[in-house]
Design a protein. Structure first.
Lengths: 303, 324
């Protein structure tokens, strides 16, 4: 069943008491696709993930993994999934190898798998030390190794960049891209970091206060959110010129942000300067997550 | 199919060094008691026990001959004479501290408080620690249903409860054997005395060799400990912190014991599992704190507690939401 979606979430809702934590969230993952789940802390990302992997019972909605109903065919469904939920919490009083053996026994996979996954996350040299002595980054790697046991079709990772140094982040990112491309694995990543999602994922859903605000390709949702920031002495004039160029813009007291591609920016800058406006600096920047939320929610603040 | 899961749980208990703690506690207590027994042995060495017993037999026989006591008393006295005569005939000093007798006594004195407490130490964090350390998120997202995970934990706990009892018995012998007389497994024991309406009942008195009597006492302890393990599992499911789980078990063991001693007229107390725990004591002849607590009642009561605790554990564990 290669054309079937690896993960389908249908109208997932979780209500605790009177509070709606997750509200009617639906999405689908195809094989070989890296899907980003982007939202600030407290947006409902982890609760959604807990429902995906069966830790929390949804108030409404359901989850299908590789064609299996996650509730009624739990064991078949979960055999297709490797996951890290929230922190990579492993047994600290056991060694890395014992941890991997523990989960390998639950999956009933061969012992040779342990060497393979440890190699993939470059942890083979520390495998015989107690996890209590590991740094957060190493525990993150061990968590990913554990998730890769048994070569699952779907990987669900909650904030996988947490605790890793920039080199480690890049290494893990490359591993994930490679797993998706070569093994056709579907990967679900949650993060509150825009840049992380932009660099790793193909598609992204933006979640805020338990609801999905936007869903689309990374290109249309994030990369198109680039803009030019100019610091000028006459904001009104600069704005008028941007308007003449048919460009969207926003301003504050001494800055103006114009939605424009880098290649098209020199004529605009030239026009502003020619109009006698002093330009102190000009730089490209990506809209921050907060600004994106402000835009999407129409000014409702992110708290 | 459960073996890999039980293997996992066993590994976790061993790596957490829970069983090492239990073994250390057992050793410390047994060593201390052995020392006191050894002291007693030294003090009794110069005593002429044959003369003492002959004197007691003679005084009983005198009383019987005078015939001024009722039939019930007379019967119990004759039984006592038989018992003492047996010691004289076989040249066995009664109540002399020996290693086998120590092993036997251990079943009675440890069965209702020390061993249950050790089971609580073993069992209290079998579920709660996974919860507190966040490892349940991984444990419960593997392709193994929750009831199987819990069953593996219960089976492991039962195994360790059994192991604790056996370790206690074996250690009692091993530690005391170098200091106390080693033989005496075939010495006679008399169990089944009971007091009913103020009179000593001897109809049910059985004479068994010590080894057989010991096996029965350990069997009864074993049954009580399996029940305790079920209750420890429930506490571990209910509480997130193992300290709370151990504390509750401790409080119910001690509180229950105090309650049964202080207010025996509050008869509902006989339905507490704590009242039925000293099975080995009741078997030996120690009267249960409440009327109508036959051996059968105690075993049925413990079974009911075990069943209820297990059922509630499964109900909660398989259904609850796992939050961070």
């Amino acid at each position: 069943m290669p054309t079937q979606a690896t993960l389908t979430a249908t109208s997932l809702t979780k209500i605790i008491g009177r509070k709606t934590i997750v509200d009617n969230v639906s999405f689908e993952l195809q094989a070989g696709e890296i899907f980003g789940f982007l939202g600030p802390n407290g947006a409902g990302k982890t609760t959604t993930i807990r429902m995906l992997v069966g830790l929390i019972r949804p108030t409404a909605g359901h989850v299908t993994i590789c064609g299996f109903d996650q509730r009624r065919q739990f064991e078949d469904a979960m055999r297709c999934v490797g996951c890290i939920v929230e922190n990579p919490d492993l047994y600290r009083f056991m060694t890395g190898r014992e941890n991997l053996e523990h989960f390998a026994r639950m999956l009933r996979v061969a012992g040779s798998e342990i060497e393979r996954v440890a190699e993939l996350v470059s942890l083979a040299h520390r495998l015989d030390q107690r996890v209590g002595t590991y740094s957060l980054g190493m525990r993150q790697r061990l968590g990913i190794a554990q998730a890769l046991l048994g070569d699952p079709r779907l990987l669900i990772l909650d904030e996988p960049a947490n605790g890793l140094d920039p080199a480690g982040i890049r290494e893990i990112r490359e591993l994930l891209r490679q797993l998706a491309a070569e093994r056709d694995m579907s990967i679900f990543i949650s993060s509150h970091l825009l840049a992380e999602i932009e660099l790793t994922c193909d598609r992204v859903a933006i979640i805020h206060k338990g609801r999905i605000l936007r869903e689309g390709s990374v290109r249309e949702l994030i990369s198109s959110r680039r803009e030019m920031e100019l610091r000028v002495d006459d904001v009104a004039r600069a704005g008028a010129i941007a308007a003449e160029h048919n460009l969207a813009y926003r301003t504050d007291t001494d800055r103006i942000w114009v939605a424009i591609e880098e290649q098209e920016s020199p004529p605009l800058i030239a026009a502003i300067v020619q109009a006698g406006v002093n330009v102190f600096h000009a730089q490209r920047r990506t809209q921050s997550l907060e600004e994106m939320f402000l835009e999407a929610t129409g000014g409702e603040s992110v708290d | 199919m459960f073996i890999p899961l039980v293997q996992n749980e066993t590994l976790k208990i061993l790596r957490r060094k829970r069983f090492a703690v239990v073994a250390a506690i057992l050793f410390a207590i047994i060593a201390l008691v052995t020392y006191s027994q050894y002291r007693r042995l030294l003090e009794q060495r110069d005593r002429n026990w044959r003369a003492e017993i002959q004197q007691r037999v003679a005084s009983f026989q005198n009383t019987l001959r005078r015939g001024r006591i009722n039939e019930t008393w007379a019967r119990s006295m004759r039984a006592e004479i038989n018992r003492l005569q047996f010691y004289l005939d076989h040249d066995i000093e009664p109540n002399k501290p020996t290693a086998p007798l120590f092993v036997r006594t251990f079943a009675n004195v440890a069965g209702f408080l020390l061993l249950p407490l050790l089971i609580a130490i073993l069992g209290s964090d079998i579920v709660s620690a996974e919860n507190a350390e966040g490892t349940d998120k991984l444990l419960l997202t593997r392709p193994v249903r929750r009831w199987k995970v819990l069953t593996a934990k219960l089976v492991t706990l039962w195994t360790f409860a059994t192991l604790t009892l056996l370790t206690g018995g074996a250690m009692a012998y091993a530690v005391s054997a170098p200091f106390l007389p080693r033989g005496g497994w075939t010495a006679p024991t008399f169990t089944g005395f009971s007091v009913e309406r103020g009179a000593l009942q001897i109809d049910a008195v059985r004479q068994l060799p010590l080894w057989k009597d010991t096996l029965i006492a350990y069997g009864l302890d074993w049954f009580a400990l399996l029940t305790v393990a079920c209750i420890a599992l429930l506490l571990s499911v209910l509480f997130r912190s193992s300290a709370a789980a151990i504390g509750t078990m401790l409080a119910s063991l001690i509180g229950g014991t105090i309650l049964t001693r202080i207010s025996p007229d509050w008869t509902a107390g006989k339905y507490l599992f704590v009242s039925a725990l000293p099975l080995a004591d009741y078997y030996t002849g120690e009267p249960p704190p409440y009327d109508g607590m036959s051996m059968l009642f105690c075993i049925a009561l413990l079974s009911a507690w075990a069943l209820a605790a297990t059922a509630i554990s499964y109900m909660i564990f398989t259904r609850r939401d796992v939050f961070g």
